[in-house]
Design a protein. Sequence first.
Length: 88
Amino acid sequence: MKLLAALQKEARKLTKAKAILERQLNAISAAVKAFGSTLAADSASGRRKKRGRRKSHKMSAAGRKAIAKAQRLRWAKQKKEKAKEEKS
């Protein structure tokens, strides 16, 4: 008899705990719903928004060649100006 009474007492405790947890869950659900439908949709589906993968910017061979040529011209100009200053 004592065992049956103890089990019934535990069952009542668990029922109360379940009711408390259900109220908390309802409160959290209401807060999420109030916060915004987009957040609720993402949370409900369990998915996170994916960040877009950065696109790799590839330069053509012609573009690299043009930049290299322009840089060589800048270096030549600097070298020429430096030589001019040294003569003066």
